[in-house]
Design a protein. Structure first.
Length: 90
């Protein structure tokens, strides 16, 4: 998987996992993408913050710091879809 795709997948599911700490599937999936980023792309120290209409990801790769930005609307789309599905909210 391309690095940018893996980063976007990780931030989307990590936002879900943070909003739904009892959702074991979200936690496992976030861990899977974090591990993929670490193993396949040598990306470490991943973190994110919301800055207005953007999510800002930061980390380290090959001893270099990096930053990526994603629109909040795109990042939060998965969380909104899950929260709007009654079978996931019992």
């Amino acid at each position: 998987m391309k690095r940018d795709d893996a980063l976007f997948n990780w931030i989307q599911i990590q936002v879900v996992a943070d909003a739904r700490p009892d959702d074991q599937s979200a936690l496992n999936t976030a861990s899977f993408f974090r591990e993929m980023l670490r193993e396949d792309h040598e990306m470490n120290e991943l973190s994110y913050r919301q800055d207005g209409d953007w999510y800002v990801l930061t980390g380290r790769s090959d001893s270099e710091e990096w930053e990526s930005r994603y629109p909040a609307e795109s990042v939060q789309a998965l969380l909104i879809a899950i929260n709007n599905e009654p079978r996931y909210n019992t």
